[in-house]
Design a binder for this molecule. Structure first.
Ligand code: AMP
Ligand code: MG
Length: 322
């Protein structure tokens, strides 16, 4: 593992799909190219997260953010007041955004923030990519605020580089505000104070529904579900069903239109399956609409490694909706 990796080297690692631990003013982040599904899947694998929750995309500035998300005037106001700094904005993804769908956990929104740390911004600029970066700790452990914490944090994949920027100045996570037209909702309190945000927008922040209950990570993603019904642990597709396979699926698609079958990973590679999951679900859902199919049959997926998060997402997408 590299210590004090220089920015140029770290940027090359990012562009090649690797993992770099970077300091930010909030906590140390486990960073990967947010436009690369495989690299983003690696983040979830390294953290051992039991579910896919959307990740924050770190950008150099407002101009870079505007390539990926739609920025209404209210969001621009907050950006002007707080960036670079510990305020994350959840905004609609642009239709042409070259962001991984996994980074949004399949949602139509993306969380963006310009970190107030020179090394982080230098890395983003040198890589010329937005960086997905949750805290650089194993799932369930405390967020690291020094490079030494990261080394002790027992990530499940060794990062390709660690940039040591000393202790984090803020030391707590960013505040997350969702902006929907002219409505701003506080999703997570953090390094930017509510009062300061409210002073800038000249109105109180909305609270998310169920503000009395703590938001479990990933809970916000639970709304995404395909229009087609999902039938899990299916040996093969029945008539009227599309098929989402895993591993060897020869013989599982009986006389089906091949365009209604996709394979998350022929090689049974969990990372590849995670990288493909949201894209394939969307594609199959669209094909169900055009082909008049009512359901997607999903092959059994092992629960090891990223399989746990894949199964969690599929189970929630398959749950009955009102
Ligand atoms: P972390 O990167 O671990 O600090 O966590 C990121 C936080 O941002 C999680 O609580 C996510 O649920 C939240 N988040 C990221 N993207 C979105 C989004 N598109 N919509 C709602 N919440 C988001
Ligand atoms: Mg964390």
């Amino acid at each position: 593992m590299t210590s004090n990796a220089d920015i140029t080297n770290a940027a090359a690692i990012i562009r090649a799909g690797g993992l770099v631990v970077m300091p930010t003013e909030t906590v140390y982040g486990l960073a990967a190219d947010a436009t690369n599904d495989d690299a983003v899947a690696k983040i979830f694998e390294a953290k051992g997260r039991p579910r896919f929750n959307p990740l924050i995309c770190h950008v150099a500035d407002a101009e870079m953010a505007a390539h990926y998300v739609v920025v209404p005037p209210l969001a621009q106001k907050l950006i002007d007041a707080f960036w670079p700094g510990p305020l994350t904005l959840v905004l609609p993804r642009r239709a042409d955004a070259k962001l991984s769908l996994l980074v949004s956990a399949g949602l139509d929104t993306a969380a963006v923030r310009a970190p107030g740390h020179d090394s982080a911004r230098a890395l983003i600029r040198a890589a010329d990519r937005p960086l997905a970066a949750p805290s650089a700790n194993r799932s369930g452990r405390i967020s690291p605020t020094t490079a030494q914490h990261v080394r002790e944090g027992q990530l499940l994949i060794e990062p390709d580089a660690i940039i040591d920027g000393g202790p984090c100045r803020v030391g707590i996570e960013s505040t997350i505000v969702k902006v929907d037209g002219d409505i701003a909702t506080l999703l997570r309190p953090g390094g930017a104070a509510r009062e300061e945000i409210e002073r800038v927008i000249g109105a109180p922040l909305n609270s998310p529904p169920q503000a009395d209950k703590p938001l479990a990570p990933g809970m916000l993603a639970s709304h995404y579900a395909p229009r087609a019904t999902l039938r899990l642990n299916a040996a093969h597709a029945e008539a009227g069903e599309a098929f989402l396979g895993f591993g060897d699926i020869s013989g599982h698609i009986k006389g089906k239109d091949a365009s209604a079958a996709m394979n998350l990973s022929e090689a049974s590679d969990m990372r590849e399956a995670a990288a493909n999951l949201f894209r394939y679900l969307r594609t199959l859902d669209e094909r169900c609409q055009t082909l008049g199919l009512s359901a997607i049959a999903v092959a059994p997926i092992p629960r090891d490694g990223l399989g746990e998060a894949i199964n969690d997402r599929l189970t929630r997408a398959a749950a009955p909706r009102g």
